[in-house]
Structure formats: C-alpha cells, structure tokens
Ligand binder design. Structure first.
Ligand SMILES: Cc1cc2nc3c(=O)[nH]c(=O)nc-3n(C[C@H](O)[C@H](O)[C@H](O)COP(=O)(O)O)c2cc1C
Length: 409
C-alpha cells in the first residue's frame, strides 16, 4: 500500500543472476510499482533487453542510447528524476567497484552518480570475489556513502562452488525495497535527539588482554542509521565496533564500561531518547590493569572482579520525566522473558527489548535478530528478521511510546 505508485529504477549489471532480475521486476510490478530498467552492455549478453522491455512496458535504457535523447532530455538525469528508488540487481563486482570509486563510464554508473534518492544494491558474484579485500573495502565505502546492501546469501553458485556471494532471493530484495520506501516517507522522529549505545565493552586485565563479549554492535548500528533516516539527530556511543561509519550519525568511542558510563551520563541531559543496545560488562578488574603484559611464568592467575556501574539504573535515576529510556536484555533459558520484564520494572525503563541468547541463528554477530519488545503495558513479539527490519519495528514502538508519554504528562 505504501509502495504504491513508487517508481523503481532497476539497474541490471552483467552476471549469471540477471535472469533473477526478471523475476524481481515482476515482483515489483505485483507490489504496485512501475519499473524502468537500465542494463549494462554485459548484462544484455545474459538476457536480452527485449525481455525487460516487454515486461516493464518502458523502453530499456542502454549505453548506446547516447547521452541526449530525441526529446532533448539527458538520459542519466531524466531516468533518475523519474524514480523514487534505484535498485541495482544483480550488482557485479565491477559495477560496485566503479560506484565506490566514483567512476561513471556507462549509463548505469553515470545514473547512479546523478541519482539523489535511496539506492539499494544486491551483490551477486563468486565466493572468492565477494570475500576479496578489495570488494569488501568497496562495500564499506558504499555503505558509508549511504547505499543499502541486501547481503548476498550462501548456497550453491553458478560456478559450482558452495559459498557466499549468491544474490539474495528476489522476495528478500523486494522486502528491503519496500522497507526503504516506507522509511523514506517516515519522519516520526524528526526534531528528536536520540542517544544510542552499541557494541561490547572490553575490561582490560593488562595492556594487551581484556575481558570482553561477542556483541558486534550491528543492532545498535542499525538503530542509529534508521533513527537518522527518520529525522532524528543521533549520537552513537560505540564500544569496539568494527563497522563503517553510519552516514549523518555523530559517533563517540567508549571502549570500557567506565567510559561508556561517563559518556552516557554526560550526554543524557541533551537527549530525548536513550537506547542502550551495547553489551556492557557487568564486572571489571578490582584494581587498575597492569601496565605491560602479565608474564606466563606463573602456574595460575587469579583475577578478582568487581561490579561495574549499572548505566541503565543510573540513567533512570537522573532522567527527566519527558525522556524515554530503552534497555536491551540478552537472557538465556526458562523464564527469560519474565526476567527481562523484571529488569525493566526494577530499572524503571520505558521499554526493554528482549533477545534470547540461547539461539545461535540470531543475536550476537548475526545479521538477524528475533526480539520481544516489552513496555509496562504491553508485549510485542517480532519474528526472526534482518536487524534493519527489527530496528524499524523497535523505532515504531519508541516513536509511539514517547508521543503517548509526552501527551499524557
Ligand atoms: C558467464 C559469466 C558469468 C559472470 N558472472 C558474474 C557474476 O555473477 N558476478 C560478477 O561480479 N561478475 C560476473 N561476471 C564478470 C562480469 O560479467 C564482468 O566483470 C563484466 O565486466 C561486468 O560488467 P558490468 O558490471 O558493466 O555489467 C561473469 C562473466 C561471465 C562471462
């Protein structure tokens, strides 16, 4: 319903997965979208433009169209002006590399450079190509430039190898595009300031060793990016995250529990919403970490720990009535949801997001999550989905929650 009347500019580059772009075009149309197609020269060697032209109902744009059309419009600018979103699927290593480096030597890459709305790419290539450091560097650049990536899946590839690099299924690409179109139209966090923590703190033992956890920061990062897209002014307090910068988001490093505590307490008065998605260590060394490296010559090594400061509890203690504080609870085993609810009540939070760390296919380090959103008055279960989707649902609930809270007071 939201995606209705949207126009998708489908860029098709030259890999085996071009045939899947035909199915994708059909899915876009069934979802009520117009689809206009640009193909690279190489793509036309896999599936002819006639197929895309007949199905789309629009002339397929090709390199040899020439820059200037008969009606005096310039193709790469005109095509971009007509579209709400540009989707490049399949996106070859070559095309992605050119996009990352700003090389505009064909119609598809020139249109990308001239396009000012959201761009989604669905990479498709051989496993070794996808894993190549040059490819991953290019992907980091594209993400930092604000391009949305529908990550390739794992499976049997056309070259007979089993591995990562297979283009995401057309229905996953459709879902990502619908989400982007919806989000582009959502401005429910405009004017709000959101402080988000992400990653896992590391508590030093000596100059080289630390006690840490497996949090990758992906959930907090997805929340930061999504909140920014919905109009919020966002600061991400990061603990040991190895992810590219989120466009438009202010970032501050806080690698230990103490630094995170100090940063959150310092910033909180300036923000409307605090989302504590970071995995903060509960314990740290009970003394200053030793300079240098503790020698291995000892038979055993006893490390004594003391509790760190409970940031959520402290934040709740000092928060103003109009501020909204959200915690995360990574729980394990029976009664896990009840324990998460207990934590929310004890710390007087406005919301807690529970995820079950007994599950291996979601949560830490994974691109997926499955959560239960708890508030003092309700409970929403969100089935397994990419962290970007989970982030949007969490923010839907936060946007509603803070509005209700402020209206009620
Ligand atoms: C049979 C065949 C299959 C190919 N499949 C892929 C692929 O899946 N992904 C990819 O990045 N390149 C693939 N290539 C290489 C690209 O076609 C090549 O890099 C080309 O320059 C891409 O041009 P384009 O990005 O302008 O479409 C394939 C080449 C051939 C001959």
């Amino acid at each position: 319903m939201v995606a209705k009347q949207a126009t998708v500019l489908l860029g098709v580059s030259g890999g085996i997965a071009v045939y899947k772009a035909v199915e994708l075009l059909r899915l876009f149309q069934r979802a009520g979208m117009d689809v206009r197609v640009i193909m690279t020269q190489k793509a036309t060697e896999f599936v002819g433009p006639m197929t895309f032209q007949t199905l789309s109902g629009f002339q397929v744009r090709l390199d040899n169209d020439g820059g200037l059309r008969q009606d005096s419009t310039i193709t790469h600018i005109e095509e971009g002006n007509l579209a709400d979103i540009m989707v490049i699927a399949p996106a070859t290593a070559n095309t992605l590399g050119k996009m990352a480096q700003g090389i505009a030597d064909n119609l598809l890459t020139t249109t990308y450079m001239a396009f000012s709305n959201t761009v989604v790419v669905a990479p498709a290539m051989n496993t070794n190509m996808w894993a190549h450091p040059a490819m991953q560097r290019n992907m980091d650049v594209l993400r930092a430039d604000g391009v949305y990536v529908v990550e390739p899946g794992t499976g049997e590839l056309a070259c007979g190898v089993y591995g990562s690099g297979r283009m995401a299924e057309p229905d996953s690409i459709l879902a990502a595009v619908k989400l982007r179109l919806q989000v582009d139209r959502k401005t429910d966090l405009r004017g709000l300031r959101v402080l988000i923590t992400a990653g896992g703190t590391r508590e030093p033992i000596d100059s080289v060793r630390y006690i840490g956890n497996r949090s990758s920061g992906k959930m907090g990062y997805a929340l930061a990016r999504a909140a920014h897209d919905r109009g919020a002014s966002v600061e991400l307090v990061k603990a040991n995250i190895d992810l590219p910068r989120a466009p438009g988001v202010r970032e501050t490093d806080a690698p230990t529990a103490d630094e995170m505590y100090r940063t959150v307490m310092d910033r909180l008065p300036d923000y409307d919403i605090l989302i504590m998605a970071a995995a903060v260590a509960d314990y740290k060394l009970d003394r200053n970490p030793q300079d240098g490296k503790i020698s291995k010559s000892r038979d055993d090594l006893n490390v004594c720990l003391q509790p760190t400061t409970d940031i959520l509890l402290q934040a709740s203690t000092i928060k103003r009535h109009d501020q909204y504080v959200v915690g995360f609870a990574a729980e394990y085993g029976p009664e896990a949801v009840a324990r998460a609810r207990g934590k929310m009540e004890r710390k007087r939070l406005d919301m807690i997001v529970f995820n079950d760390i007994a599950r291996r296919d979601i949560g830490f380090s994974s691109d997926y999550n499955e959560v239960t959103i708890l508030t003092p008055v309700g409970e929403t279960r969100v089935e397994r989905a990419p962290k970007e989707t989970i982030a949007e649902i969490i923010l839907d609930n936060i946007a509603r929650g803070i509005k209700q809270k402020r209206t009620a007071s």
